[in-house]
Structure formats: structure tokens, C-alpha cells
Design a protein around this ligand. Structure first.
Ligand code: CS2
Length: 494
């Protein structure tokens, strides 16, 4: 692979002879957005939309400064930094064609663990009008059991004691907003891009809880000068595999150490609540609406929950990618029935969205055989995902006395999954901050399945619902005795 051209700003003209590249002058673009969390999802989505905007409109003040907040992000930071923020987006079309484009909207990169001050100052800088966040569902530090901010998190305690060298997003935002206020700076927008219902509202609530303890005098300023629009962000983005990297580089002749792969579908629905201006993202396909709730609810309970259903059942069954699970006819019938019988009735009051069409599109998206979306990715951090993706449907169904049998089967499958072996007896790679507690409860559940539901920070008060406990116990026993596939068949035919 000797003649590959290294992807970076200096080589861009040469790279452009091989692959579609930014045609705008990146050196003139300055950052107006700080984005925290520069993983694949951001780079397939917001950075993609923003690149298109820079390309189509020649604006120069809406570049992105990407921040790696965690030590875990060291590798991605080093890679992006070495490539001057450039990377290739590889879109895996439904017919197997690959659409490749170098994205140029990330014009700066910062690494917070090395230089927290620089990140705080950047967030407080007058050039920055928006801070966007992709910090994962668990990153909001919300405790399902107490329904409040989790002050017991040792990292939060650390931030309270070391305000100038924080580790969490809450410590950073507090210091940055404090500095902004001291500098008599303009207001700012904090925009969550995570898969959470009311993601802006939650970001605000959690931040204010922290600020109340850390810098209470800042609260009135935040209320007046900071907005937190809700948004719904959608594009399936598997983890980039070594094969994706070598295929791209061999076919294009460039050396990109970390391209991003994704599906063709993309959607971004945002509430238009920006304190000090925003990019005209609508010119490149984003939708600005008054109320994002219907879109969010639909996406979280159908797409993300659909992933969880396929992921957990598929993992136990021994599959490694989502398309394998969706092409098992019994599992896909199960998913369709779950969506029609248990989710759809809870969405009956949604206005402005076409549920039937959405469900149909979803099955095509899940079935994209070129994506090879990893079941390990989908099942990771399930303890943060179930409460957002699946349990709201369960609670709404219990309230309206509708069926919860399909959801209960998925939760039961998760309890068995948490024992750490699939049905072929192979180890499962479980990546979850609650892994130890999950494993302990999974063992207890072998004697008495309902004990799995004792994990209150995940299930809240669900264990007090007799209907759910019964459905869950029945499903747990059925899977333990007959395996996932037979149980799914039995449920499909019930
Ligand atoms: C997935 C999401 O992590 C998950 O469980 O459901 O990452 C999903 O691929 C994206 O939300 C798609 O927009």
C-alpha cells in the first residue's frame, strides 16, 4: 500500500483527484459550533449536514470544533488531528454501491483530558454560538430510580471538587458558561444530539441540577441566555471495521485511518430555539419544527427499540449482525407484531408523522445487507437503552391495559443474555456500565426470574406490576426451556 496518499489538508488537492472532496476553502472556515463526542454518529450526521451546508452556501462561520472529552476518545482524537479533521464518509446504499465523500466541516479538534482549560475557553469564546452534544444515553447522568441527577457518580463528585479540571460534560459546561457570563459574552445554544426523548429538556434539567450545587449564582444567567432545543437525530452508523478501512483505501488510493460508514437514510428534526443564530441546516434537508416530540417518540420506540429487539434476540440466537436477525423470518415477524400490537397503540396521538410508512421503511433499513451493523454495538449499554427505547412502551401499554407480552419477552431475553453466553454456549461481549449488577441479577433470576426486575435504576417501579412480572416470568421460562427461536414462534402464533 505504498502509493496511498495520506488524507490531510496539505494533500487535499491530490486526494480530490481520487475521491469527492470539499470544494470550499476549509482554511477560511472558522468554528461556530463546538461538538462534544466525535464518534461515528456525529461524523455521519451533523458533520455531514454541515459539510453540505459549507459546500452549498459558502458560509464560513459555521465550522465545527470537535472535542474529545474522554480518555476513551484518545484514538479518534489522534487520528482526526493527524488528518486535520478530514475523514471519508462511506454511504452503503441499499444496492451495495458505496458513495464516498471526504467531509471537511470539522475544522478544529481538541482533546479535553490533556487541556481542559483550552476546551473551557473555546466553549466560552464569542465565536462559538452552539455547543452540540453526542454523549450517549448514559452521558446525561440521569438516575431512573430517583428520576434525578446522580450526584453519587464519582466523576461528578470529582468535578465538584476540581471545577477547573473537570471530567464530565457538566463540569465543562458549567465552567464555560461561567466564563462566558464573566466576559459578558452572548448567549449560547446547547443542543443535544442523543437518542433521548426531550433530549434538550433533559440536558437542561441535568445541567441545572449540577449548576445548582456547583455555581448556584449562575442559574438566572443560564435561564436567560442559554437555550436547549430538542432534536431528533437519525442515521444508522455501524462501527467502522478493519475491512471497511482497507476496502476504502484500496479502492480510492487514499490513506484514511478512520473513515465512517453509514446508511443512506438520514433525518434531523430540530426545534428552532437558537439563542444567537444557527446554520441554515434546513437548506440541506434538516427540518425545523415547533415540537419535535412526535418525531422523537416515533424514532425511539420504533427504530431504536426495533434495534434492541433484533439485537438482544439475535445475540442469544448466535447472530453477529442486525441483518442476520432481520432475515430470520420468525424474528422479523416478532418485531413487526411488537411494533404493530404494542408500540403503535401508544403512538396513536402523534400528529404529522406517517407511522405505517415509517415502519415499512425501517424494515428496509434494518435489512440493508451491506451495513453489517454489529449486534455488539446495538446491545452495548443496554441498561441505558431499555429505559428510553422499550420501557416507555411497556408503561404506556400497562396504563392502557394493552399487551406487554412481546416487550416482556425481549426483557426476559436480556436477562438471559446478561448471563454472558449465547445459545451456542459462546461468550457474549457485554459492554455496559452496569455489567456487574446485571450479571448478579441475571444469576439471581435463574431461581426467580422476577429478581432481574429489582434493578431499579433501570426498571423503576416495573416490578410492582403484576401483569408485567407474569408476562416476563412466563417468557423467561419459555426461553430457558425452549430457546429464543421456539419461544418467538410460540409468541408469534399466540
Ligand atoms: C442504535 C442507534 O445504539 C443503538 O442502539 O439503535 O445507534 C441507532 O443506530 C441510531 O439511533 C440511528 O439513528
Amino acid at each position: 500500500m505504498e502509493n496511498l496518499i495520506k488524507l490531510n489538508q496539505m494533500n487535499l488537492a491530490q486526494v480530490a483527484k481520487k475521491i469527492s472532496c470539499p470544494t470550499y476553502d476549509r482554511t477560511k472556515v472558522k468554528a461556530g459550533i463546538v461538538h462534544v463526542g466525535i464518534g461515528g454518529f456525529h461524523r455521519a450526521h451533523e458533520a455531514f449536514y454541515t459539510d453540505q451546508l459549507l459546500h452549498d452556501t459558502n458560509v464560513t462561520d459555521w465550522g465545527i470544533c470537535g472535542v474529545a472529552l474522554l480518555e476513551f476518545d484518545t484514538k479518534i482524537y489522534n487520528t482526526l488531528k493527524a488528518q486535520d479533521g478530514l475523514y471519508t464518509l462511506v454511504i452503503k446504499e441499499l444496492d451495495g454501491t458505496l458513495t464516498k465523500r471526504v467531509i471537511g466541516s470539522i475544522v478544529e479538534c481538541l482533546y479535553a483530558p490533556e487541556n481542559p482549560k483550552q476546551v473551557i475557553e473555546k466553549m466560552a469564546s464569542p465565536d462559538i454560538k452552539i455547543i452540540t452534544l453526542t454523549i450517549t444515553e448514559g452521558g446525561y447522568n440521569y438516575n431512573e430510580a430517583t428520576e434525578a441527577f446522580d450526584f453519587e457518580n464519582p466523576q461528578i463528585q470529582y468535578d465538584l471538587e476540581h471545577p477547573e479540571t473537570p471530567k464530565t460534560i457538566f463540569g465543562y459546561l458549567t465552567q464555560a458558561l461561567k466564563l462566558r457570563k464573566e466576559n459578558e459574552g452572548s448567549g449560547i445554544t446547547i443542543q443535544s444530539c442523543d437518542n433521548i426523548k426531550g433530549n434538550g429538556d433533559l440536558a437542561k434539567r441535568m445541567l441545572l441540577s449540577y449548576v445548582e450545587k456547583a455555581e448556584p449564582q449562575l442559574i438566572p444567567w443560564i435561564n436567560d441566555y442559554v437555550s436547549f432545543p430538542n432534536s431528533m437525530v437519525d442515521r444508522i452508523t455501524p462501527a467502522t471495521s478493519p475491512v471497511d478501512i482497507s476496502n476504502l483505501n484500496a479502492s480510492s488510493g487514499i490513506d484514511d485511518a478512520w473513515p465512517v460508514v453509514c446508511e443512506p437514510f438520514h433525518q434531523w428534526v430540530i426545534e428552532d430555539e437558537f439563542k444567537t443564530g444557527r446554520p441554515a441546516w434546513e437548506t440541506v434537508g434538516a427540518q425545523f419544527v415547533e415540537d419535535v416530540d412526535p418525531y422523537e417518540k416515533m424514532k425511539l420506540t420504533l427504530l431504536n427499540a426495533g434495534h434492541t429487539v433484533l439485537g438482544i434476540l439475535g445475540a442469544l440466537r448466535g447472530y453477529s449482525t442486525i441483518d442476520e436477525a432481520v432475515y430470520n423470518p420468525e424474528i422479523s415477524t416478532f418485531l413487526k407484531t411488537y411494533m404493530d400490537v404494542e408500540v403503535t397503540p401508544t403512538l396513536s396521538d402523534l400528529e404529522g408523522v406517517d407511522l405505517e410508512k415509517y415502519k415499512e421503511t425501517l424494515l428496509h433499513r434494518f435489512g440493508n445487507i451491506y451495513m453489517k451493523d454489529q449486534i455488539d454495538r446495538i446491545c452495548s449499554e443496554s441498561s441505558a437503552k431499555f429505559p428510553i427505547f422499550v420501557l416507555p412502551t411497556v408503561n404506556a401499554q400497562l396504563e392502557r391495559q394493552g399487551s406487554v407480552d412481546f416487550a416482556a419477552l425481549v426483557v426476559a431475553a436480556w436477562a438471559i443474555y446478561s448471563l454472558g453466553k449465547n445459545e451456542q454456549g459462546h461468550d457474549l461481549i457485554i459492554k455496559d456500565v452496569m455489567q456487574v449488577a446485571l450479571a448478579e441479577h441475571a444469576v439471581l433470576a435463574k431461581e426467580n426470574p422476577a429478581l432481574f426486575l429489582e434493578l431499579e435504576s433501570v426498571f423503576g417501579k416495573l416490578k410492582t406490576s403484576e401483569t408485567f412480572v407474569q408476562a416476563f416470568t412466563k417468557a423467561y421460562r419459555a426461553i430457558s426451556e425452549n430457546g429464543v427461536e421456539h419461544t418467538v414462534i410460540a409468541w408469534n402464533n399466540s
